[in-house]
Design a protein around this ligand. Structure first.
Ligand code: PMP
Ligand code: GLN
Length: 385
């Protein structure tokens, strides 16, 4: 393994899912739903396979899906994307993130990221030869939601800064950035002529009526923003690994240059099924959002009753919980002990930080599970402590 990648061992998701399976634990670690997406989507995929859509699709993706993506971004946010040159289909958002970092981050370039951060960002910035400058999200004293200090953001910019990476709705904190927060970020990008990279995979999973605002809709941002999203969370099929990169032609074209040698293309039959669902299953998406909001409340109140201090989650599949009221200090130790000790798996948030002490006391719990599964986890955690 090349030297700069040696710090990246097994991902925390693989480790915790393995521990959960070995111990028969309720797995609230890795974020994946335990019920499937809409029936029409599943049937659509089977039908396409049987109809013979089984050879390479075009490298940039099936036109049907690129057009469907362009339509929903216009309908929901007023963002106009040319489906031929400004939408590009990838093997999940993960491949889009990888291709974008490899295509846009020059060796020695700095990338500003908000920590805690989704694990692939750090690894892909490193692989590209870039350097992270992380700005810490911390719970606000009044609202309890994780947010950043705009001063810290501005202080992170230097002469080598190339990009700001923004994930909203945010994994693992559940924060949905407000228009004011986004404007702080946009201002920094405009003033220093930076590229913005936005990971919007949880775009339709926001709660309590909170809107998701794409950074690209802010003044001066469309021409400098590359975004990724994917079907995994939109339709609860995380194993389908079908995503899309969106943005102005020069940036998407750079991503395309790299991605054609990473994966060349993504799965064609699934792309057609996803295109149909994007055009036809909005009621399902709305129902999923409402159900997840209820699950967030269910797990959050259960964790609070079990003695955790539970943070605010405004979106995603996740809620963060503080273990200190239970008398513990190390989330890493607790997360490694929980499967055998309590029969529950969670993710230690520490691994998502560059400044690891900032997240040492936090566990991330996934609530995208059937109610009875959440209840079982809570009763096990209550019995454990
Ligand atoms: N970004 C974030 C913030 C995620 O939580 C995930 C996990 N699913 C991904 C990207 C990866 O998405 P995909 O499965 O489409 O590759
Ligand atoms: N996005 C999911 C999570 O954060 C799964 C990630 C993964 O398995 N790589 O839990």
């Amino acid at each position: 393994l090349i030297e700069r990648m040696r710090v990246y061992g097994e991902t925390i998701f693989a480790e915790m899912t393995r521990l959960a399976m070995e111990t028969g634990s309720v797995n609230l670690g890795q974020g994946f739903p335990d019920t499937d997406g809409p029936r029409s989507l599943l049937e659509g995929a089977s039908r396409r396979v049987l109809e013979g859509v089984n050879q390479y699709p075009p490298g940039p993706g099936r036109p049907e899906l690129r057009q469907a993506v362009s339509r929903y971004r216009a309908r929901h946010y007023g963002i106009e994307l040319d489906p031929d040159s400004e939408v590009y289909i990838t093997v999940g958002a993960t491949a889009g993130i990888a291709a974008a970092m490899l295509a846009l981050v020059e060796r020695g370039d700095e990338v500003i990221v908000f920590e805690p951060m989704y694990d692939s960002y750090a690894a892909m910035i490193t692989l590209a030869g870039g350097v992270r400058r992380s700005v810490t999200l911390r719970p606000d004293a009044v609202s309890g939601r994780f947010t950043f200090d705009p001063e810290e953001l501005r202080a992170a910019v230097g002469p080598r800064t190339r990009m700001v990476l923004v994930n909203s709705p945010h994994n693992p904190t559940g924060t949905v950035f407000t228009p004011d927060e986004l404007e702080e970020i946009a201002r920094v990008c405009r003033e220093h002529d930076l590229i913005a990279f936005t990971d919007e995979v949880y775009e339709f999973l926001t709660f309590d009526g909170r809107p998701h605002v794409p950074l690209a809709t802010l003044p001066g941002m469309r021409e400098r923003t590359v975004s990724v999203s994917s079907v995994g969370k939109m339709f609860a099929v995380t194993g389908w690994k079908t995503g899309w990169v969106m943005g102005p032609e020069p940036l998407v074209s750079a991503v395309r240059t790299v991605n054609q040698f990473l994966t060349f293309s993504a799965n064609g039959a699934l792309q057609l099924a996803v295109a149909d669902a994007i055009d036809g299953e909005w009621e399902w998406v709305a129902a999923q959002r409402a159900a997840l909001q209820g699950k967030r409340d269910r797990l959050a109140s259960g964790l609070a009753a079990a003695g955790f201090e539970v943070n605010v989650s405004e979106g995603t599949y996740f809620v963060m919980a503080d273990i200190r009221p239970l008398g513990f200090g190390s989330g890493l130790d607790v997360a490694r002990a929980l499967p055998a000790g309590a029969g529950v798996a969670a993710v230690p948030a520490q691994v998502f930080y560059d400044h690891q002490e900032e997240g040492a006391h936090l566990l991330r719990f996934a609530f995208c599970k059937r109610d009875e599964v959440l209840d079982e986890a809570v009763s096990r955690l209550t019995a454990w402590h």
